[in-house]
Design a protein around this ligand. Structure first.
Ligand code: ATP
Ligand code: MG
Length: 346
């Protein structure tokens, strides 16, 4: 239930304070584009906080998941590089975290086979998040990988026995599915996996310039890598409303409130106070303020990203080492699983 998940999340926050070295965190992104401001405040900021606290971090680039909801995979290799650059520029420390891709870790993917035997088709078809995502991607016929992606996610989380998974509310059904898979495996074959907990984050629904959820596959994003000019241009075209007096009213003025929230997150201020300061400045005043806030806040990240892009040998090395380490972890877990299942042969 939601209240139980909330309690677990609070308990995890306490352990991050008291015993970070005992925790392992897994998060992931799909290589479908470059990361945007929504990712930064919804997810990356949390990753950095846990890294600073001393939690071990595994960062998945979920390349196989690209082909769940689209016909054309696009430039996966280029987008893998985008994700590496974005994460490293944001401050993920390659000495302390493991950044890896699905497709380079065969033993992780093999966990899907026993895991799929532990869930029913009806259970998979009930998952509300899968239905929502299919609907928002405009998919009428859900393919088998899309239907089973929560189980693939269970493999992502359990192959490394992650204890913390930072997510928004909409991802809770998946964490619940992972806990169920772990529990059923342990009951059937002997205790092998810990049940992970969701670490709930707040800013999980940053809106894009069209007023719908900011999303790489839509044209509504402020990418982290954009230049100051590109950012200004993009925000100039952002949807607002006709009331020149700016107020912070998320319920009645969601687009205006979203821009105020982005400015506030960048400035470390309060959206209602920023609204008062803009006063009768209208959409123009609001956009000018947000543009300045975004460009100032992300300037150092953008500079680091440009420098990293000049050293692709280093960036590729980070992924190579990450994949090596992920393979070591996955091989060890798969060996344990096969042993538990009586499938370990000479
Ligand atoms: P796609 O359009 O390809 O689905 P996306 O922009 O939705 O891309 P994902 O890779 O699906 O990005 O999401 C990775 C994670 O980033 C999500 O689990 C979520 O926690 C976070 N995230 C994505 N979009 C937003 C957003 N608009 N606001 C806050 N967090 C977000
Ligand atoms: Mg998405």
């Amino acid at each position: 239930s939601f209240s139980a998940a909330l309690e677990r999340s609070a308990a995890l926050e306490a352990r991050i304070e008291s015993a970070p070295g005992e925790l392992r965190m897994l998060t992931g992104d799909r290589p479908t584009g470059a990361l945007h401001v929504g990712h930064y405040f919804g997810s990356i900021r949390n990753r950095l906080r846990l890294q600073e606290a001393g939690v071990e971090i595994l960062q998945l680039i979920a390349d196989y998941q690209v082909i769940t909801d689209r016909e054309v995979a696009g430039d996966i290799r280029g987008n893998v590089r985008n994700l590496l650059l974005d994460n490293l520029a944001a401050g993920l420390d390659p000495e302390r975290c493991t950044i890896f891709t699905h497709s380079a870790v065969p033993a992780l993917n093999q966990l899907l086979l026993p895991f799929l035997s532990l869930v029913s088709v009806a259970e998979l078809q009930r998952n509300p998040t899968v239905k929502d995502e299919a609907a928002s991607a405009g998919i009428t016929s859900i393919n088998g990988l899309m239907l089973t992606y929560p189980v693939h996610q269970a493999a992502d989380i359990l192959f490394c026995k992650a204890t913390v998974v930072p997510v928004g509310k909409d991802q809770l059904p998946h964490i619940e599915q992972t806990r169920v898979v772990a529990r059923r495996f342990n009951d059937k074959y002997g205790v092998t996996f810990p049940e992970p907990g969701a670490l709930l984050s707040e800013a999980t629904h940053v809106l894009g310039t069209d007023g719908t959820k900011m999303s790489k596959s839509k044209g509504n994003v402020i990418e982290l890598r954009m230049s100051a000019d590109e950012t200004a241009k993009k925000l100039k075209g952002a949807k607002t409303d006709s009331d020149r007096h700016i107020t912070y009213d998320p319920e009645h003025r969601p687009e205006v409130a979203n821009l105020l929230t982005i400015a506030a997150m960048c400035e470390g201020g309060d959206p209602a106070v920023i609204a008062e300061e803009i006063g009768d400045g209208g959409g123009g005043g609001l956009k000018k303020r947000v543009t300045e806030a975004v460009n100032t806040y992300f300037a150092p990240l953008r500079e680091r990203r440009a420098a990293l892009a000049e050293d692709l040998a280093f960036v590729d090395g980070v992924l190579r080492r990450g994949n090596e380490r992920a393979n070591e972890i996955a091989d060890a877990t798969l060996a344990e699983v096969r042993e538990a299942m009586g499938m370990s042969y000479p």
